[in-house]
Design a protein around this ligand. Structure first.
Ligand SMILES: Cc1cc2nc3c(=O)[nH]c(=O)nc-3n(C[C@H](O)[C@H](O)[C@H](O)COP(=O)(O)OP(=O)(O)OC[C@H]3O[C@@H](n4cnc5c(N)ncnc54)[C@H](O)[C@@H]3O)c2cc1C
Length: 415
């Protein structure tokens, strides 16, 4: 029997390999990077069933335009005459409406809750000492009246859809954050959310797969396919050909390039973000999003990680220190007594979120090719949705369907 090749060893690829291996499939994971640092290793680590509103939603366009005017703002599109970018922006614009949001909610809710359960199962099976999953909810802090109105609306939508969500006063917030003064008007608390250490999860999962005999090939780039009539027979890499039974494409922001090699369109842009870790004294306790600043705060005992910004840019390696300063300045704005030094450039992590133009991932069979499936485009929720995506792809590879509704994630929706 030939192996199944997983293209991309980010968190989605690793969880896909994990569930394929559990099904008894022989797996090879190839990644053009080093499989040490990527978008999956320095994110905020949040598992977010609360995130039922896709990125493409009403108000995002006008907010985006106003944010474009500030060099420290949380959103930026690097202007350029690029057909790929223009097509993506037009689709994003077309999807930023209430109908799309309503249609997306059941899909995002279904897959998110399923994924959270898979994380809890993972912890039961493999322990929690490394990944430090804290099932303590997520707090969305707001400082302004506009923020309060938006978050209250979000809270209402979440409750309507059956999720647990609560509006908290500053008094309630003080109980969740007993060690630090919080300068906010209030917050929304989502008790079903959680957070973990993404780097430690990545290291543990990689080691587990290695120990189980899954072949991991860092530094190997996919350059093409050997195609039959409606099957892919082999992947062609910079190091030669690998014959395969099936192919799972989990190539993050670069998945559109793989789709192109397979002859169809998969609109995707990289949304660059930054994070950095600081000493956490006296410790922040509650994973939070500082909503007006679009900054995440993830505490891990004596360390805390702050992350944010979304730069739609093709310069994946560059660090824009102005945007990092925007994240840094928001810390004082919400936690006035928190002592934080601006991080050195070597301490700043960057990652390219794989962004589809409607805010929904692409999960399922590829058009044209019977033995190819995609799990990509999870944008701000790749860590959160990785276990579910991996399980769905492993099930599909065995001809099983139906755990959660998948239609909204169709890979061929723009093909
Ligand atoms: C600041 C920030 C904070 C975030 N916080 C959260 C959070 O709290 N919760 C959450 O759920 N998500 C969060 N995210 C998003 C999350 O990090 C991503 O959605 C997720 O990491 C995407 O995983 P992936 O496996 O799809 O892609 P990646 O991690 O990018 O992996 C894809 C891999 O494919 C490889 N590849 C690409 N092309 C090829 C090729 N041709 N051949 C071989 N290999 C190839 C790449 O080298 C790469 O390693 C955050 C992101 C950022 C930037």
């Amino acid at each position: 029997m030939k192996p199944t090749v997983v293209i991309g060893g980010g968190i989605v690829g690793l969880f896909t390999a994990y569930f394929l291996h559990k099904e008894g499939t022989e797996v090879i994971v190839v990644d053009k990077g080093d499989m040490k640092v990527n978008c999956s290793t320095g994110n905020a680590g949040m598992i977010v069933p609360s995130h039922i509103i896709p990125l493409a939603s009403p108000g995002m366009i006008s907010k985006g335009i106003s944010w474009m005017l500030s060099s420290k703002s949380p959103f930026y599109i690097q202007p350029r005459l690029d057909k790929r970018l223009i097509d993506w922006c037009l689709l994003f614009y077309r999807n930023s409406n209430a109908k799309h949001v309503q249609k997306s909610i059941p899909y995002l809710k279904g897959i998110s809750l399923f994924s959270k359960q898979l994380y809890l199962d993972f912890v039961k099976a493999h322990g929690n000492d490394n990944i430090r999953l804290q099932d303590k909810g997520l707090l969305m802090l707001y400082k302004t009246a506009e923020g309060e109105r938006e978050e209250a609306e979000f809270c209402h939508v979440a409750q309507e859809s059956g999720l647990e969500a609560e509006i908290l006063t500053i008094g309630d917030i003080e109980k969740l954050e007993p060690n630090q003064r919080v300068d906010a008007r209030g917050g929304i608390y989502f008790p079903e959310d959680a957070h973990l250490s993404p780097k430690d999860l990545y290291i543990q999962l990689k080691q587990y797969l290695f120990d189980q005999g899954v072949i991991l090939k860092p530094g190997v780039s996919i350059e093409g396919f050997e195609k039959g009539v409606d099957n892919v027979n082999a992947v062609i890499t910079n190091e030669g050909k690998i014959d395969c039974d099936q192919v799972m494409v989990c190539a993050g922001s670069w998945s559109d390039q793989i789709a192109k090699m397979l002859g169809f369109r998969l609109p995707m842009m990289g949304g660059k973000g930054y994070s950095f870790e600081l000493p956490n004294t006296p410790p922040l306790m509650q994973a939070s999003i500082l909503t007006e600043a679009r900054v995440s705060q993830s505490p891990y005992g004596n360390k805390v990680r702050f992350g944010g910004t979304m730069e739609i840019s093709n310069k994946s390696e560059e660090i824009n220190l102005n945007r990092v300063r925007g994240i840094y300045e928001s810390i004082k704005a919400y936690y006035p007594d928190f002592k934080a030094d601006f991080p050195q450039e070597s301490q700043i992590w960057k990652g390219m979120r794989p962004c589809s133009p409607d805010g929904l991932p692409y999960i399922g069979k590829a058009p044209k090719w019977k033995n190819v499936a995609f799990g990509a485009g999870h944008s701000m929720m790749g860590l959160s949705l990785a276990p579910a995506t991996g399980k769905i792809l492993a099930d599909l590879s065995k001809g099983k369907e139906g755990i959660v509704p998948l239609k909204g994630f169709a890979v061929d929706r723009y093909a």
